[in-house]
Ligand binder design. Structure first.
Ligand code: ADP
Ligand code: MG
Length: 239
């Protein structure tokens, strides 16, 4: 809550508060440099706030390591691939499950299920480093899901996905919410995807909260629309 983060001379976040509940998809949008990735880093323990606190189920976890947060149900994807490039796609997913304490046998079963869900099974034995960009993004989501998370924070997971695969990706996000009962934070610049899949949106600009609300409310907030979503994005998002 009320998180701020300054890098030398740059206030990347200034008093931003965000609450994510299980079983909802919260969209985090805003122009490049708004502070979206910084917020994800702070929530998942890859960075520390200059001031403010992070809580999980009412417990202060600000001092917890990223690994401890991961084991407690906080999973994330990265804007840039963090896969082990020489390991196979399947091994990457298994390693993620092992990392939160799964038995090898259970990790294998988990990997099979998740590779199927994300349609990565055809690449199961290929080195992760050989994946096309869009599939690499999906591998990031697969590795997050392999930890059986309570919350999944996704930093531009659909960037580079061919347009034709976006609806299928939207279905995966809904499935994380509806079948895994997880809370999802989704960062993306594809407004059609965001408006389609999110229950609630937070709009950041230059480290501050610019607007918060349902997709309909955000769409009606003309200032936001004009400045950040752009004409085409608004029409694209309309039914
Ligand atoms: P977004 O993900 O919304 O594009 P970021 O959270 O990556 O934005 O960045 C927010 C601001 O913080 C930017 O001005 C960026 O240059 C700055 N910033 C992010 N990470 C660092 C860092 N490690 N060191 C210095 N400045 C940083
Ligand atoms: Mg970013």
């Amino acid at each position: 809550a009320d998180v701020s983060r300054s890098f030398e001379g740059v206030d990347a976040l200034q008093g931003v508060s965000l609450e994510i509940h299980r079983h909802e998809v919260v969209g985090l949008i805003g122009p490049n440099g708004a502070g979206k990735s910084t917020l994800v880093n702070i929530l998942t323990g890859f960075d520390r706030p200059t001031s403010g606190a992070v809580e999980l189920d009412g417990k202060a976890i600000t001092s917890w390591s990223a690994h401890r947060r991961g084991r407690s149900g906080l999973a994330r994807t990265f804007q840039h691939s963090h896969a082990f490039r020489q390991l196979s796609v399947r091994e990457n997913v298994e390693v993620a499950a092992l990392g939160v304490g799964s038995s090898p046998r259970r990790a294998r079963a988990t990997a099979t299920e998740i590779l199927g869900l994300l349609r990565l099974d055809r690449y199961a034995d290929a080195p992760a480093g050989s994946l096309p960009h869009g599939d690499e993004r999906r591998l990031g989501v697969a590795r997050a899901l392999a930890t059986d998370p309570l919350f999944v924070l996704m930093d531009e997971p659909a960037a580079g996905l061919p347009e034709a695969e976006v609806p299928e990706f939207a279905a995966v996000v809904r499935s994380v919410r509806d079948d895994h009962n997880a809370g999802v934070l989704l960062i993306d610049h594809n407004m059609a995807l965001i408006m389609d899949v999110c229950d609630r949106l937070l709009v950041l600009d230059q480290g501050r909260t610019l607007a918060e609300g349902t997709p309909d409310e955000i769409r009606e907030n003309l200032d936001v629309v004009a400045a950040y979503l752009g004409e085409s994005a608004v029409h694209e998002g309309d039914p």
